[in-house]
Ligand binder design. Structure first.
Ligand SMILES: *Cc1c(COP(=O)(O)O)cnc(C)c1O
Length: 299
């Protein structure tokens, strides 16, 4: 049994409110409180809250940011709940899990792959018809595998973010950030970006992504400026500069949106700071779906 979302949320709050003048029968309460209905109402309420916070934190920015709901290790039913609320962007970290969910869930979902990408999984990933973006590309080899494996009948290119390891942690993947004194022209990120633009017609370079240090992310609200975000912005400026000088001003439509490369930065604990720093894409998991069971390869 399902109620329209807004009614369901209202009923859930009312039935929990000891001062409510509404009278609920025990059977009605039992149905309302049955695991799946209650879970759907909780996810729905959290999604709405996060959406409102994203909107508030990005007020005044030129283009509305994308909220990617990170659903890794969460059941397909949670994703359906958000989808019924009209949410379309979801992030997953594991290729197999993503492939299974994509096959079972609505085709208008825009899937973002945000996990560590091994080249031997790239083919499976590319075969998912509604894969919208890969946010974690770090090698020319994997770019070529993705480009070659994308089905010929795909209508739009696969969006790509290059992952940058702004915190230089050994446990995180990503290419080193660029700084004013680095050898920009010969850097891994510039070589990968050029290779995507010139050799991978089925890929579109959209921007740069970082995870950043967990410690800084947790302290972000106190510090209000996060060095990982600043490093990603600096890398973006330097990369954009060199792409312009390599391909010419008029070639800018070949990457990014509106003549700029986008930034994917900000997670549950720091997405508001990230948006204030100019992030275009935030990836929020725990804030929408609650704590995850323990797993291995992230953070
Ligand atoms: C898991 C994950 C997230 C979401 O993290 P939360 O703290 O749960 O919001 C975002 N980005 C990446 C790359 C992740 O692996």
């Amino acid at each position: 049994m399902r109620f329209p979302r807004s009614l369901q949320s209202a009923l859930l709050s009312a039935s929990r409110d000891p001062h409510s003048t509404w009278i609920f029968s025990d059977t009605f309460n039992a149905t309302l409180m049955s695991g799946s209905v209650q879970r759907a109402a909780e996810v729905s309420i959290s999604l709405e809250e996060i959406q409102a916070r994203v909107e508030a934190a990005s007020a005044g920015s030129s283009r509305p940011p994308t909220l990617v709901a990170v659903s890794k290790l969460k059941p397909a039913a949670d994703i359906l709940t958000c989808h019924e609320d009209g949410h379309l962007d979801f992030g997953e970290n594991y290729v197999q899990e993503l492939a299974e969910k994509a096959a079972a869930l609505p085709a208008d979902i825009r899937w973002h792959f945000i996990g560590t990408l091994q080249s031997n999984k790239a083919k499976t990933l590319a075969s998912i018809p509604n894969l919208h973006t890969v946010q974690t590309l770090t090698s020319v080899k994997t770019a070529n595998i993705l480009n070659d494996a994308l089905p010929a009948d795909r209508v739009s290119p696969l969006n790509i973010f290059i992952q940058i390891n702004t915190s230089s942690e050994g446990t995180k993947s990503g290419l080193p950030p660029l700084t004013a004194w680095s050898d920009v022209a010969n850097s891994g990120v510039v070589q990968l970006a050029k290779s995507i633009i010139t050799e991978c017609p089925k890929l579109r370079l959209q921007g740069l992504m970082t995870i950043g240090a967990l410690r800084r992310s947790i302290n972000a609200s106190q510090m209000e400026q996060n060095i990982d975000f600043e490093r990603l912005k600096e890398t973006r400026e330097l990369l954009h500069g060199i792409l312009k000088s390599t391909f010419g001003e008029s070639a800018q439509s070949r990457w990014g949106e509106d003549n700029r490369l986008l930034l994917s930065m900000g997670m549950s604990s720091d997405f508001e700071v990230a948006l204030k720093a100019g992030s275009d894409v935030v990836r929020v998991g725990t804030g929408i779906f609650g704590e995850r069971p323990k797993k291995t390869d992230e953070n």
